[in-house]
Design a protein around this ligand. Sequence first.
Ligand code: HEC
Ligand code: HEC
Ligand code: HEC
Ligand code: HEC
Ligand code: HEC
Ligand code: HEC
Length: 297
Amino acid sequence: MKNSQLAHSFVASLVLLAASLGGCSDLKDALPEASTASLSVHPDGWIIPASANFHGKSIRENNWDMRDCQPCHGKLFDGGISKTSCRTCHTKPGGPENCTTCHGGVNNAPPPDLSNRTDRAVKSVGAHQTHVSGTSFAAAVSCAECHSVPATVYDPGHVDSGSPAEVVFNAGLSTMRTGVVPGGPRVTPQPSYDPASAKCSNTYCHGAFVNGNGDFAPVWNDPSGTQMACGTCHGDVTKTSAAERALPKTRAQGGTHPNFTACYICHAEVVDANVKIINPSKHINGKLNVAGEERSF
Ligand code: HEC
Ligand code: HEC
Ligand code: HEC
Ligand code: HEC
Ligand code: HEC
Ligand code: HEC
């Protein structure tokens, strides 16, 4: 048994003690009072992140369950009978139950991941920020496009399930119905994520739409940036100019898109004459902006 597990079972037995003494008026006296007291409830190193006894580690090894702490530290983690509030250190709304306590920082998504890593070549960090914060060329994607988002920490399927995190493409852009084959029936692409290869397949956003590159499967943790180039999701990356690269499948390629590369003439709200995306909120938004109109596929 690891030190921190020992620490946790120690705390757990104290919880039982606290519970069995419940209602007893001198419960408070049964507990060590302050951290200056000679006997501390918690082991040495409990508040030192580098220690094997660190409380964060102990919680992690108890499947991220903090409910054991509440009998003493209060339902709202604001002190309770221990008179020691978690919120003096965990100052964000909700205290330790804030969504960024265990993952995320700028927003709820990694980085940092659950192991405090920030490298986007790591699967658990991956392209999160490119998606959730938006880019100069596409609108932000919400967590719910790729996950079943918990409303509270202990919602089923959140901390109670094993690694890796579940990637679930819920209704939205990722499952949009389009005619993947020109002139064919409207179909719902079956988007999927393979945790082994970290590839996403059949997503509307990355090409599963009429005249797009339906077989493009981007790698989630490829940090090179090349998967954002014109021609990956629609068009042909091997062509020379940006316009030629971005041009969706034309008749010569078995598609139906007009064979014109002056994109801005017909898609003026989205690209300029230099083939630069001028309105990220209208690119990869599930709507086709053509000839001054916004239409569904
Ligand atoms: C003295 C300050 C302090 C107090 C009090 C405190 N914490 Fe922490 N806690 C920290 C620090 C520092 C970290 C590490 C933050 C980091 O790694 O970025 C942390 C991390 C955590 C983590 C994240 C573990 C992880 O690996 O991501 C949880 C969960 C947590 N604390 C819960 C609690 C709970 C519950 C309480 C009250 C019962 C509490 N903390 C009280 C300072 C404190
Ligand atoms: C049986 C009651 C009890 C339980 C259960 C308990 N604590 Fe405590 N905790 C205390 C008391 C009392 C203090 C203040 C005295 C001390 O430091 O030992 C304290 C102090 C702390 C401190 C130190 C604060 C500081 O500034 O020094 C942290 C952090 C902490 N607890 C976190 C936790 C976490 C996390 C859990 C759940 C995994 C937990 N506690 C469960 C009673 C408890
Ligand atoms: C006590 C730590 C902790 C807190 C606080 C926390 N999470 Fe998580 N979260 C986790 C863990 C652990 C996983 C990974 C679970 C897995 O591997 O399946 C996770 C995964 C996720 C995922 C990926 C999908 C999944 O469930 O695997 C989302 C989305 C998420 N959390 C959102 C939130 C939101 C929103 C909040 C605030 C309401 C929150 N988290 C608070 C620990 C936490
Ligand atoms: C475009 C799809 C996508 C979006 C949007 C997205 N995620 Fe994820 N998320 C993933 C993938 C892929 C993984 C990696 C699964 C794996 O480890 O193989 C992941 C993993 C995670 C993990 C696990 C981290 C760990 O350390 O294991 C958390 C937590 C998480 N996501 C939270 C969020 C939150 C919160 C948001 C919204 C702010 C969000 N995600 C938005 C695709 C997405
Ligand atoms: C990540 C995949 C992806 C990449 C990379 C990409 N596009 Fe797109 N593009 C789409 C999708 C999906 C659509 C379908 C319409 C929509 O949802 O906005 C689209 C539509 C368009 C349109 C039609 C106007 C509209 O409705 O949005 C133009 C023009 C366009 N893209 C230009 C470009 C250019 C130029 C580049 C390179 C800078 C590029 N695209 C790179 C996914 C991509
Ligand atoms: C002459 C007008 C015209 C020009 C120029 C044009 N498009 Fe289109 N585009 C359309 C029309 C019309 C549609 C939708 C109808 C269709 O494809 O059947 C469309 C649709 C699209 C789509 C969605 C897929 C599809 O075929 O429905 C993308 C992506 C796109 N255009 C990108 C571009 C890019 C990139 C350029 C420049 C390289 C460009 N278009 C130039 C008229 C044009």
